[in-house]
Design a protein around this ligand. Structure first.
Ligand SMILES: Nc1nc2c(ncn2[C@@H]2O[C@H](COP(=O)(O)OP(=O)(O)O)[C@@H](O)[C@H]2O)c(=O)[nH]1
Ligand SMILES: [Mg+2]
Length: 355
């Protein structure tokens, strides 16, 4: 980290990468590492919809957070600047920002516009995280063309690429990125070194500006379905959060697979007076990765947030979720489901000629 103690401008560190790559997990792990060094951080989460599992998770981890919702950072640049300003009031040294996992063209629409605010903020190089297993699928010749388009563009504009989940995948496919690292948020491998590198000032910020076809970009994003759900559940018989979340995720996975809906990232967080639980899968048939109080005592009230990103029809996805909610044995209140295909990206600003 810069040793210039007279410089009070917070760092803005944008951590991108495909859905489920490990962005939120890395940001929370990095924040803990920075805290150990006496460095204060905050995070800005971003989504096309409201009711974000990531924000719930960041808050559960005690992290100061802000949100830009209803569109990606590039389409909501003024909101991003406003939230950066709001968080700055708490005097963080670092503000991490996590763009939507299907988003690309970040260099032209976010990094270069933000560089104009260098009097207020220091911009770190743009890190793009890559899950090696996802990369293997999306680099294959028979990959889904829409997902593969988004993935390739994300890789191309990275200032720094980090392979994630090295505890699970010690080997990574060959790619042509200039700066590559390997990290695991689970074991901490590479996290401190990554932080040292992005705050060293040695890497150029926004090195690559994409030459991207916005019609193809819009089609690729619209092939995805987004579902954000919030509901309060009062089970007929008090039960633990795991007893609600486990069967619900199992049934959703089974129904999506039977209906040819491809899960890209399904994550849920359930908050109960006896504890909270988070579970996520990044593909159909995957055993959920679970964090939190698996052994929490039974409770009579649970608040569930669920975010799904999938390939398939929004209407079908919503029907399946509604059927599975109806199977929960208890009273459901405050049900709010937002389900849609993302709208075409329309950046507030695009600096195509910045170099
Ligand atoms: N084993 C392992 N799992 C990880 C690691 N980082 C993230 N994950 C899991 O990968 C899933 C997606 O992570 P998340 O941070 O939500 O991805 P995002 O969509 O890019 O923000 C979650 O279930 C995480 O627990 C890691 O380093 N090792
Ligand atoms: Mg996330």
């Amino acid at each position: 980290m810069s040793s210039d103690i007279a410089d009070h401008r917070p760092w803005i560190a944008i951590v991108g990468g495909f859905l489920g790559a490990g962005k939120t997990t890395l940001i929370l792990t990095a924040a803990k590492e920075l805290e150990r060094r006496g460095i204060r951080s905050a995070v800005i989460l971003n989504d096309q919809g409201n009711e974000l599992v990531d924000t719930g998770y960041a808050t559960q981890n005690g992290m100061q957070s802000g949100e830009v919702t209803g569109g990606c950072f590039c389409c909501r640049l003024s909101d991003l600047l406003r939230v950066m300003g709001e968080l700055s009031a708490h005097k963080p040294d670092v503000i991490f920002a996590e763009p939507v996992g299907s988003c690309t063209d970040i260099s032209a629409t976010i990094l270069h516009p933000l560089l104009e605010y260098r009097d207020e903020f220091r911009l770190a190089p743009f890190t793009v995280l890559v899950d090696p297993e996802r990369a293997k699928n999306l680099l294959a010749v028979n990959a889904d063309p829409d997902l593969s388009f988004l993935f390739h563009n994300q890789l191309q504009e990275a200032d720094l690429v980090c392979w994630t989940k090295s505890d699970l995948y010690p080997d990574c496919p060959e790619i042509s990125a200039r700066h590559v690292r390997q990290i695991s948020s689970r074991t901490g491998q590479g996290v401190a070194a990554w932080l040292d590198e992005i705050f060293s000032g040695n890497l150029r910020v926004g090195r690559e500006i994409l030459d991207i076809d916005y019609e193809q970009y819009a089609r690729a994003e619209a092939a995805l379905t987004w579902l954000n759900l919030q509901v309060t559940i009062e089970p007929r018989v008090p039960c633990s959060p795991a007893m609600i979340l486990g069967p619900l995720l199992d049934h959703l996975d089974r129904d999506f697979t039977a209906n040819h809906v491809t899960i890209v990232h399904l994550k849920a967080i359930i908050d109960s007076p006896t504890g909270f639980l988070k579970a996520a899968v990044c593909t159909n048939g995957q055993k959920p990765m679970v964090e939190g109080a698996l052994d929490a005592s039974p409770a009579s009230r649970h608040v569930l947030l669920l975010n799904l990103r999938a390939v398939g029809s929004a209407q079908r996805v919503k029907e399946i979720v509604e059927v599975e909610l109806g199977r929960i044995d208890g009273k459901l209140t405050g049900v709010h489901i937002d389900c849609f295909h993302p709208a075409a990206p329309k950046p507030e600003r695009r600096m195509a000629n910045a170099r």
